[in-house]
Design a protein around this ligand. Sequence first.
Ligand code: ZN
Length: 437
Amino acid sequence: MLWRLPGGSCGFAPYVVRRTLIPDLVLDAYGAQGGVGVTFEDGRIVDIGPAKRGERLTGKALAPGFVNDHSHAFQRGLRGAVERIEPSHPLDDFWTWRERMYALANELTPDSIRKVSRRCYEEMLSAGYTSVTEFHYVHHRPDGTSYRDPNALAKAVARAAEDTGIRLLLLPVAYARGGLPRFRDPSVRAFLERVDTLVEWSEGRSLVEAGVAAHSVRAVPRGWLEEIGEYAQRNSLPLHIHADEQPREIEECQAEHGMRPIELLARTGFLGPGTTIIHATHANAKELDLLSEHDASVCACPTTEGNLGDGFLPAEEILQRNIHLSIGSDSHVRIAPCEELRELETNARRLSGRRNVLVAEHETSPTPWLLRAGWDRVGLKAGDPADLIEIDLSHPALADVGARNLPSALVFGAGSGVLVGTWVEGRKVHGPDDPVG
Ligand SMILES: [Zn+2]
């Protein structure tokens, strides 16, 4: 069903307020159903159910778009450039990779960060991500002085998202020590003032939302963790931090604070229901218990963690504790949501010597838990943003797969090539031109 209103005040293309798409199948984490229409209005799904009238998507399935919960968009510039040993660093590891990443970060300008971010976000849309959480820590000029607008680089990233049509959660990241001068703010007060301004700026933008983050326990002191945690809670903002990615970071934290990173986060009031821990690769049982007790989440980035030699996510332990999990493409060595999900289960199988390991209670397959982590929902439902992916059921990777097995085939047997369309807020932002547009 389709209604059109006359063009908006700027006289651009007609604005579609209500529309019904009828694919062959509508996919959720448990299976797929035919004869179902998805109706959206002003960017939100208003109805899912039996539909006879609407636009047919023959040979296609619709599913929720994937949520990319951790990104450093500029690191897309390292693609292919860091897969060889440098003579000056015969033993390559996370820390030598970081030097290469710093060199790239030091060259960024507002124009170049917008350009590389745009390329990265376009690739995300083509891979089925409809929203991205940008963990943004390149704030100032290379010598550490502010741009005329102290949020110039953050806004350049936000504009890149708007250029492409991806939904963005923008997290300005606190950095007090180490790294490059342009990452750092002189005080937590100066940092939070910048965050205030950015939150206010983002409020009028439909695709952009702002939260807050601290880089890691090595980059910010204890007092900053306390203030940022309190600020996020007071303002009901999402709060993220890298933790437990590398053993050295844990050793340094123990030497400075006498406890492990997630223990420190719990002690400083940083952990809460709005907190997401990025990586948690080396989190021990006590730290995972703390995450569970505080209702905090974990974001895993398996393709990056594999590429950097970080280790394996304690995924079984996270599942057993019912800790909310999301995925991120982080350094963008790959931008492929199903590959992140597949790696979670495949790594768990390698570690345990079993099959079908990450199976939630009362379920028989890892697929529903993995897709819930990737979509941050079970399936499409009324009230949600109309952020959708369109899957080609005739693609060789999915041919002859029955509706019941389609979710598992997507996770375990398909790549992003099966996607033929991506919709954000009810607008087609990737794929062949939408005749309604
Ligand atoms: Zn990261």
